[in-house]
Design a protein around this ligand. Structure first.
Ligand SMILES: NC(=O)c1ccc[n+]([C@@H]2O[C@H](COP(=O)([O-])OP(=O)(O)OC[C@H]3O[C@@H](n4cnc5c(N)ncnc54)[C@H](O)[C@@H]3O)[C@@H](O)[C@H]2O)c1
Length: 319
């Protein structure tokens, strides 16, 4: 099965590319190797996949419709797995136009080309951030909850992509699964995420900037679990579904700091800062829909996942 995978040099995408190739899929990989974080990391991320049969890489920007069109024309993919995107809530506040261009227009380019080239199935990365600050809703976060009050431009772009995807499903029969990832972590972790930031700061003896008192909870989901969920979504075409891919067991940020301290055998120097309005107090996935529709069962508890992250960090994630 030939899968067009965008964001293939990133944290989740590069791990996924290898898993798809191992099980015998062909991967037509797209990434623009942008410098949101060090592009050399992305070059390293793709090293293993690049040497595997069935892998073709295009250094292409998903905002470039004509370049994408040439790839669809040549490759005729059977399915789209669209993970390319600008992530990071705080960065989105500084660069809202870029986030809109990549996360909305880029996604629309790919859906429009799927329509033109009759690609039947489209799986893409949405985000738990669409659930927003949730003054009225409880936990866990359920796919039927109202999500019309995003509290960052990042969240708004992801929700916009979900809505456009509904239109493509409704009008053209494109089978769409929007996967709402919950704070993914593991080997190749994005360097701007708390698991990386806190571990690196303690390791270097630098202060940790902690928003709030450490009681904020995140439903950290190990990347191998997220990948299993993505592959299950690729294997189960659905008309139009939004599905949470989370762990279902939120941990506090202080739990993360304690895990990092134990792994490094060093004490954290914590600078407590006021929690910004863009940071929800909790993320917590209701995973029952993923279980029902995709037979998705998260398998890696945080303690084990952090150990696996740390092994990678100590080996090659330090810079
Ligand atoms: N990591 C998480 O916890 C998390 C949570 C929710 C949603 N997501 C979403 O999952 C997807 C993958 O996230 P990640 O953590 O692997 O991030 P990442 O930044 O490591 O990977 C994204 C990749 O997309 C590429 N990209 C960005 N803009 C592009 C463009 N215009 N054209 C082509 N390629 C482009 C980047 O170069 C990068 O390699 C993103 O869409 C992100 O919003 C991630």
């Amino acid at each position: 099965m030939k899968i067009l995978l965008t964001g293939a040099a990133g944290f989740i995408g590069s791990n996924l590319a290898e898993s798809l190739l191992v099980r015998g899929d062909e991967v037509c990989a797209i990434d623009n190797f942008n410098d949101f974080y060090n592009p050399l990391r992305k070059e390293r991320n793709i090293q293993t996949a690049s040497g595997m049969p069935g892998y073709t890489l295009y250094r292409t920007d998903i905002r470039d419709f004509e370049a994408l069109k040439a790839i669809f024309e040549k490759e005729k993919p059977a399915k789209i797995c669209h993970l390319a995107g600008m992530a990071n809530v705080r960065y989105s506040l500084k660069h809202p136009l870029l986030f809109e261009e990549v996360n909305v227009k880029g996604t629309l380019n790919l859906m429009e080309l799927s329509r033109m080239y009759e690609v039947p199935q489209f799986v893409f990365a949405s985000s738990s951030s669409v659930y927003g600050g949730r003054p009225d809703n409880g936990v866990p976060f359920n796919e039927d909850d109202r999500v019309d009050a995003p509290i960052s431009s990042y969240a708004a772009t992801k929700r916009s992509a979900e809505l456009l995807a509904y239109t493509y499903s409704h009008l053209y029969g494109l089978k769409v699964t929007a996967l709402r990832f919950f704070t993914v972590y593991g080997p190749r972790n994005r360097p701007d995420m708390a698991v990386s930031l806190f571990t690196r700061a303690i390791d270097r003896g630098e202060p940790i900037k902690l928003f709030g008192d450490g009681s904020a909870r995140r439903d950290w989901t190990f990347v191998a679990d997220t990948m299993r969920g993505i592959m299950a979504a690729l294997d189960h075409p659905l008309d139009y579904e939004i599905i949470n891919l989370g762990n279902g067991h939120p941990q506090t940020e202080m739990d993360l700091i304690r895990a990092a301290e134990a792994a490094l055998d060093k004490k954290a120097n914590i600078h407590y800062l006021e929690r910004p309005a863009t940071e929800p107090a909790i993320t917590f996935a209701d995973t029952s829909k993923a279980r029902r529709l995709l037979q998705f069962e998260p398998q890696i508890p945080f303690s084990q996942g952090y150990r696996e992250f740390f092994e990678w960090y100590a080996r090659e994630g330090r810079e």
